[in-house]
Design a protein around this ligand. Structure first.
Ligand code: ADP
Ligand code: GLC
Length: 480
């Protein structure tokens, strides 16, 4: 079974969020299950720098008005074989992959169109996938191009929603710029309140839809979680399934993590996690105090992440003797609010505004608690990494957070399943209550705290398990 995955991010080369982590791990896990996988990504500078190119599989004299382009096949360290869409006019840019460029509609329609051509016609060596697996709005037009091509041999398609909040919506007048057949522009297709919606179009034309947790698969079919697409998702309900993400053991393993001075495991947890805490407190300019409960945040600063719920709790946390370390970037108001808090509480609150992979690992290793108050969270990876590193999540009970964290209650303490602290209402005082529970357990019941930590560390959200579910889905599509 040959499967082509197309996406716009790949860890560790081009990363905005969790999608990159998924693309860095899932293809390999699928290969281990016997699925032959290739990737297709834009030839971003970071990828071209490390790529060993094998050949050119197609050339386009003018790709959607962006100049000449080629489809290359390459090897990139750590990845399965990868097709790179070398369209310098579109992708030879530094900065984020989809910052507010004015031509994003053409860049990602071009990516989808080329993916469709490869799927329908095969590459220069006659290699053609049986299934094409698309990720998010940036590749979502692929099934539309494939379905409307008139080709008798259309491979099957799977479209994964990593976050329904981002849909790729553009004004209608771009229709002629993106090579999309006009017949796609209808109420149950690309049309969206008089505009064009890439994700909606993909959802209408793809064979199967997946999203990254069972709870999110349910939430997006309701009014609140549906981001205006609940109608189409309800209609496609029997083709929609939630498959949880996993943890890449090669990247997130506290006993072998090259970013840590003192790797650790369940057996030496107390002592070695303590070393990591002190080292990180020093790195961040926090008071070096092993007994201070350290809360961490690693996040994009986006309204969806609910970090505004943390701000009103900071003074309270500090008054309880806790520390807070924040790693993130994005929304300017949020950046300022955390910096301001750090200024008010030197030694107790520290913030690093930016993206830093090593710091993220050290923060997980050092922290006692990771705050994940997301208003919505399709899967969430940081809580999985935190648990693996013995940091207990305090999180909102939504999406993948609800599916991966077991709230501390008298029952879950008794049966030994507790792994974190959940709250439901997206209110800062509700988060405050969950924080209070975490602080009181840490202070008053250190042995129970340690027991929950070891329990969290023993959770294995493996990519093997997810890959098996995807492989089953591909097989069902192929009638196997
Ligand atoms: P999302 O994809 O919505 O951002 P996830 O939890 O799925 O949420 O994935 C976030 C990923 O980005 C994780 O790998 C996390 O460690 C990483 N990350 C987020 N912010 C930063 C940062 N400032 N520095 C380093 N890594 C970060
Ligand atoms: C998205 C979601 C996140 C998920 C990630 C990978 O960015 O916001 O919850 O973990 O994709 O699927």
């Amino acid at each position: 079974m040959k499967v082509l995955h197309a996406a716009a991010e790949l860890f560790p080369y081009v990363k905005v969020g969790g999608l990159a982590d998924v693309m860095g791990a899932l293809p390999q896990a699928l290969s281990n299950e016997g699925v032959y996988v290739r990737l297709l990504l834009p030839a971003y500078p970071a990828l071209m720098k490390v790529a060993r190119i094998y050949g050119t599989h197609a050339s386009y004299p003018d790709l959607m008005g962006g100049g000449s382009a080629r489809l290359l096949l390459a090897d990139v360290p750590g990845s399965v074989p990868i097709y790179l869409l070398d369209a310098p006019g579109y992708f030879n840019r530094d900065c984020g992959p989809y910052d507010e460029w004015g031509d994003n509609h053409r860049r990602f329609s071009a990516l989808s169109w080329v993916t469709a051509q490869l799927a329908l016609n095969g590459d220069a060596e006659g290699m053609r996938p049986d299934v094409v697996h698309l990720h998010d709005w940036q590749t979502a037009l692929t099934p539309v191009f494939m379905s409307l091509s008139g080709s008798a041999h259309r491979p099957k398609t799977v479209l994964t929603i990593h976050n329904l909040a981002y849909q790729g919506v553009f004004p209608q007048y771009i229709l002629d710029e993106i090579w999309l057949p006009h017949e796609a522009f209808h109420l149950n297709g690309a049309e969206y309140f008089g505009k064009i919606n890439y994700l909606k179009a993909g959802l209408a034309y793809t064979d199967k839809i997946t999203t990254v947790s069972p709870t999110y698969a349910r939430e997006i079919q309701g009014k609140e979680g549906g981001y205006t697409l609940e109608g189409i998702l309800q209609r496609r309900s029997k083709d929609l399934v939630g498959i949880l993400n996993g943890v890449d053991e090669l990247v997130w393993n506290p006993s072998k993590d090259p970013h840590l001075q003192t790797p650790f495991n369940i057996k030496n947890l107390k002592l070695n996690k303590g070393y990591n805490k002190k080292a990180f407190q020093r790195e961040m300019g926090l008071n070096e105090d092993e007994n201070a409960q350290l809360f961490g945040i690693v996040s994009r600063f986006d309204a969806i992440k609910g970090l505004d719920l943390v701000i009103p709790n900071i003074d309270y946390m500090v008054s309880l003797g806790a520390q807070l370390a924040v790693l993130g970037r994005g929304n300017y108001d949020m950046e300022s609010a955390f910096s301001w808090a750090a200024g008010r509480h030197p030694g107790s609150v520290a913030t690093f505004t930016g993206y830093d992979e090593g710091k993220a690992h050290r923060l997980m290793a050092a922290s006692d608690v990771l705050l994940v108050p997301s208003r919505s969270e399709p899967c969430g990876l940081t809580q999985l990494y935190a648990m693996r590193y013995g940091a207990l999540p305090v999180a909102r009970k939504t999406g993948g957070l609800a599916d991966t964290i077991v709230d501390v209650t008298s029952e879950t303490l008794k049966d030994g399943t507790a792994t974190g602290f959940l709250f439901f209402d997206p209110e800062s005082w509700r988060l405050g209550e969950a924080i209070t529970r975490a602080v009181s357990l840490y202070k008053n019941e250190p042995e129970i705290w340690e027991k929950i930590q070891t329990n969290a560390m023993a959770q294995h959200f493996t990519w093997t398990r997810s890959a098996k579910q995807y492989a089953k889905l591909y097989k069902s599509l192929l009638g196997q």
